[in-house]
Structure formats: C-alpha cells, structure tokens
Ligand binder design. Structure first.
Ligand code: PHE
Length: 339
C-alpha cells in the first residue's frame, strides 16, 4: 500500500492540464468518491492496527497535496483563458520607451571613464561638510572671501557645518585616511550661494582629481590634462595653461582648450579668442599636504577641478544652466542617443 501511495504522489506532482475540462477530469480521477484516493481509504480499513497511524498520515498528505495541485491547475487554466481571450500573442510588442540618462550623468561618466583609464580611482564624500574639510585643510585663510555667507551655505545654528562649495573636501578626506601614492577622481554636487540665472546656479557639479606621489611634477599634470582634453574633445584639441591662483595649489593655472566649435579660428562660442576655459589646476600646496598628514618633504602632487555643466555646455551647447535641473522631459529626451 505504501508503494501505491508513493506512486500516486508522483503522479499528482506531474499533473498538467490545458483546459478547465481536463482539470475536472483529473479531479474526478483522484479526488471524487470513486477516485483513486477514496479507494485507498477503503483499503485502509483492512490494514493491521499497528500500521494505521503511519499509513493514515501518508494518505492524508497525499490527499491534501492532490487537492492543492488540482487547485493550482484550475488557477493556471483560468489565467490561460483570459490571456487567450484578451491578448493577441502574435502581435509585435508595442515600443517600450526606455528612460534616458541625464546629460550631466553622461558627461560625468565620460570624464570618470577617461581618468580611470589613466589609473585614477573613484572617491566620493558627503555634501554636508565641516569647515575643516572644505576650507581649513585646503589652506583657505580665516578671512578668505569664499568663507563668506555670500558664497557658502551654512547649516543654521552650526557655523562649522556647511554645504561643500567644491569637491576638494573629498581630496582632504582621502588624504587624511590614505598615504601616497594617491590617484583619485572625485565627482559630486557642490553648492554656492548664487542667484539662479541662465549662467549661474546655487548648485552645480564638479569633478576634481588628485595625484600625490614621489616626484610628481607639473609636467605630469600637463600631460594628463592634454590626454584628457584630447579624449574628451577630439585628438586635434590643443590646451593652454594660464597662471592663476587657488589657496590649495602653488603654482596654479587655468586651462583652456582650443574652441570645440571653430577649432581655434575664433567664433561666437569662444568670443573670437579661439580658446575656451575649462578647468583650474596646479601643484598641491605643501601646506595642504601637511594639514592632511602627508610629508611634503617626501611627496608632491597635482590637483585639478572642473565643472561638469561647463563641459556639458561645450559638448551640447545648452544655453541655459537651469535646463539641467528642471527635468523637462522634452530636454532630457534629446539625450536618448547619447546614452
Ligand atoms: N576647487 C576648485 C574650484 O572649486 C577647482 C580646483 C581644484 C582648482 C583643484 C585647482 C585645483 O574652483
């Protein structure tokens, strides 16, 4: 009898049906008054008393499993029924429109890709920062105008807590926990207290890079930036470095690339100059290395930083910065092909 139960259990597991009629036939075969399981129950009366407990349990299990299976089949054919009625399975699928990546994400990914091929790894840090990581460790004097409320957003009642105004704070965080060699790229959102207009916004995005090791020189910086410019804007691109000032780099420079529209001849995009400014850079000031626990007599480094919106503008000629944060789908959908 135990064999018979096992065999029926196997059969039950394998059952399938394609229509409500077939399900009903199976129900009759297994679960009706004259069905297989009822017959087992009849035979059960004659088994010796000492086997009743075990066999009784197994028959009950078989019965509930069979009931479950039949119900499953019923539900299954019910679904098939509606599918058959309502859906034309031979129809080609309607076009499913995928979302698009945000243009700033596209450009950020491209920048990060280029630098990761040059050996830079990604580092990220908090947008709500303390004064130390944004300013003090970056060699900003106490009375530096960037610390002013005109430029920096403060968290109310916490004069030390601010929204970062550049991603250099991430460089500080990397240096404080890691000794050279350091080669990181830090993308992220930054905040500045500016009136929102077509040309300025109270938040924008930056990518900064930092390389610290023994014997790092300005030549290395120039070479890496030239490679970046040519990967980003095309192999004919030229770069030009102009002396500049940042508290955290010495010497400092601003970098221009030959105009992406006229190639350097002069046009309205480059205001006739043939050049477009794209980033700030320089050799990390020894005071910054020291403030972040790195021995400036052993190591040197370079850093650079650029605005993602600026690069995106050069690539896509978006006239109004606000377009980047308004999420108008008509604008975003223009970047489908750029994904
Ligand atoms: N932190 C600078 C800015 O926000 C950019 C920069 C980074 C300049 C590194 C030089 C070196 O404008």
């Amino acid at each position: 009898m135990i064999e018979r139960i096992k065999q029926l259990l196997d059969e039950v597991e394998q059952l399938h049906a394609a229509s409500p009629e077939e399900v009903e036939a199976l129900r009759i075969k297994y679960l009706s008054k004259k069905g297989e399981i009822s017959q087992l129950m009849d035979d059960f009366r004659t088994v010796p008393a000492e086997m009743k407990k075990e066999l009784g349990k197994r028959i009950n299990e078989l019965k509930s499993r069979a009931t479950e299976r039949i119900n499953e089949l019923k539900a299954g054919v019910a679904v098939l029924d509606t599918v058959a009625d309502d859906v034309d399975l031979t129809r080609t699928p309607y076009p499913i429109s995928l979302g698009t990546r945000h243009p700033l994400t596209i450009v950020k990914n491209e920048i990060v890709d280029i630098f990761s091929r040059l050996g830079f790894t990604l580092a990220e840090g908090p947008e709500v920062e303390d004064d130390w990581h944004v300013y003090s460790s970056m060699n900003f004097a106490d009375d530096h105008p960037a610390r002013d409320m005109q430029d920096t957003f403060f968290v109310e009642a916490h004069p030390d807590i601010i929204l970062r105004s550049h991603t250099s704070s991430v460089q500080a965080r990397v240096m404080e926990r890691q000794q050279p060699p350091i080669r990181v790229i830090c993308p992220g959102r930054v905040y500045r207290n500016e009136a929102v207009s077509a040309r300025a916004h109270c938040f924008f995005h930056q990518v900064e890079g930092l390389y610290v090791d023994k014997n790092v020189s300005f030549k290395d910086l120039k070479q890496v930036l030239l490679l970046f410019a040519q990967e980003m804007f095309g192999s004919d691109t030229k770069i030009r470095l102009r002396p500049s000032f940042f508290p955290f780099t010495e010497p400092s420079a601003e970098m221009d690339v030959s105009c992406t529209i006229c190639g350097g001849k002069g046009c309205s995009m480059c205001k006739g100059s043939g050049w477009l400014e794209i980033l700030g850079c320089g050799m990390v000031d020894p005071a910054v290395l020291e403030a972040n626990g790195i021995d400036s007599t052993v190591y040197s480094g370079y850093a650079f930083g650029m605005g993602i919106e600026r690069i995106a503008n050069l690539k896509y000629q978006v006239k109004d910065l606000r377009m980047f944060s308004e999420n108008d789908v008509r604008f975003l959908e223009e970047f489908t092909a750029a994904n």
